[in-house]
Design a protein around this ligand. Structure first.
Ligand code: HSE
Length: 437
């Protein structure tokens, strides 16, 4: 049977993995897809690298724009990343009637609405399994496997670099800066790891999952984003003593007034399976009204795990490319004319529970003053621990866990607590998620 022809843009780690897995498993993949899938051309600025990976098996060029307008090409795989030239190439490929497979979460979270609208107009598919959680088929699960459900919430460890850093901080009681250097030396974190450690990468991914779960457009600009660079190792230790682990979670939840869309360090009960996801692994917990909680676990990055997702998309596109667009799986799970305009809640309106750490004078009435402030904001306390002051110290750490409240109420209480003369410095505030029903 006639092969389907693919143009691969970018032969870095994931591009190389895709080329190799496709070559290694070509027969099995053709049996699944119904016809061979052939990479006909690879475009990369580094043609020497491309030649060394492809070893004469296909054409090599440094001109990616020539590939997206090559009449022989049916599917373009975009593995360049970012939203500069990658956006131009993807739009050009769509304009030329080519299907696109991409791992580019930043591009889709920020420009996905424009890209999907163009794809709709041109009746082509844009597939993006590799954009979220690498090798875990989470896009397929949310878009198709859970199609019966009203999705209630998704919470995910969707950035391997930060999960590695948090695991090391906890295991070895090391500060953030030291572990970050270790992560860079091991090649987990980029030389400029800002997108990873400041939560932007996770926000791109949870934005995509949120759109798929609730049938909205991409709302990345409304996401609340906090990373782990300011996290103190002492909070990881106290959390552990209280039975919690701290993870960088992407959370999206359906609330009565809108959708929550947020990334931040989060205390989760250590007894939850997802709390035990360590190192650079990823995991996504999805709560549907019919199915209940489902958990997806695996490698969120790396050459062959990500290639696994890219090639699954190639198989899907190959199977479906002769189908009428109306009969294909919609890009964002819901039919394009059925997307809902549900607002993302401002962070002030988000309801969750909190971990507070305060440095206080060890004297009578301090706890009473603090609990009165919380009570006046209608915040109920779940647990309190007060550490023994160190030898010769007049101050000590006080840790409070609250029940559910709105962010605006905890912020108001924190401002009042910080104004108390018996409280030294700033209150450390972390959010907690039970992740039960
Ligand atoms: N930088 C990402 C991570 C990998 O650390 O998980 C690709 O999405």
């Amino acid at each position: 049977m006639k092969p389907i022809n693919v143009g691969l843009l970018g032969i870095g780690t994931v591009g190389g993995g895709t080329f190799n897995v496709l070559a290694r498993n070509s027969e099995e993949i053709a049996r699944r897809a119904g016809r061979p899938i052939r990479i006909s051309v690879v475009a990369d600025k580094n043609t020497a690298l491309a030649e060394s990976v492809t070893k004469g098996a296909c054409r090599v060029t440094d001109d990616a724009f020539a590939v997206v307008s090559d009449p022989e090409i049916d599917i373009v795989i975009e593995l360049i990343g970012g939203y500069g030239v990658a956006k131009e190439l993807v739009l050009q490929a769509i304009h030329n009637g080519k299907h696109v497979v991409t791992a580019n979460k930043a591009l889709l979270a920020v420009h996905g609405n424009e890209i999907f609208a163009e794809a709709q107009k041109k009746r082509v598919m844009v597939a993006f399994e590799a954009a979220v959680a690498g090798g875990i088929p989470i896009i397929k699960a949310v878009r198709e496997g859970l199609a019966a459900n009203r999705i209630e919430w998704i919470a995910g460890i969707i950035n391997g670099t930060t999960n590695f850093i948090l695991s090391e901080m906890r295991d070895k009681s090391l500060p953030f800066d030291v572990v970050l250097k270790e992560a860079q030396a091991l090649g987990y974190a980029e030389a400029d790891p800002t997108f990873d450690i400041e939560g932007v990468d996770a926000a791109h991914k949870i934005t995509i999952l949120s759109a798929l779960a609730f049938g909205t457009s991409m709302q990345f600009d409304k996401a609340h984003i906090e990373g782990i660079s300011k996290l103190d190792a002492v909070d990881i230790k106290y959390a552990e003593q209280l039975g919690y682990r701290i993870k960088l979670l992407g959370v999206t939840r359906r609330a009565p007034e809108g959708i929550e869309l947020r990334v931040h360090p989060t205390l989760i009960p250590a007894k939850r399976l997802i709390a035990n996801v360590e190192g650079a692994m990823n995991a996504v917990l999805v709560q549907g009204d019919a199915v209940g909680a489902t958990l997806y676990y695996g490698k969120g990055a790396g050459a062959e795990p990500t290639a696994s997702a890219v090639i699954a998309d190639l198989v899907d596109v190959t199977r479906m490319h002769t189908a009428d667009p109306e009969n294909r799986v919609p890009h964002l799970a819901f039919q394009p004319n059925q997307l809902a305009n549900i607002p993302v809640l401002p962070m002030d309106e988000v309801r969750t529970s909190y971990y507070l750490r305060l440095r206080v004078e060890d004297q009578p009435g301090v706890l009473a003053d603090i609990t009165r402030i919380l009570a006046n904001e209608a915040i109920s306390i779940d647990a309190v621990i007060q550490k023994e002051p160190d030898e010769g110290e007049a101050q000590t750490d006080l840790i409070l866990l609250t029940h559910l409240t709105r962010e605006k109420h905890i912020n108001a209480a924190i401002a009042k607590i910080e104004a108390l003369p018996v409280v030294a410095g700033k209150v450390t505030r972390l959010r907690m998620e039970e992740l039960g029903k």
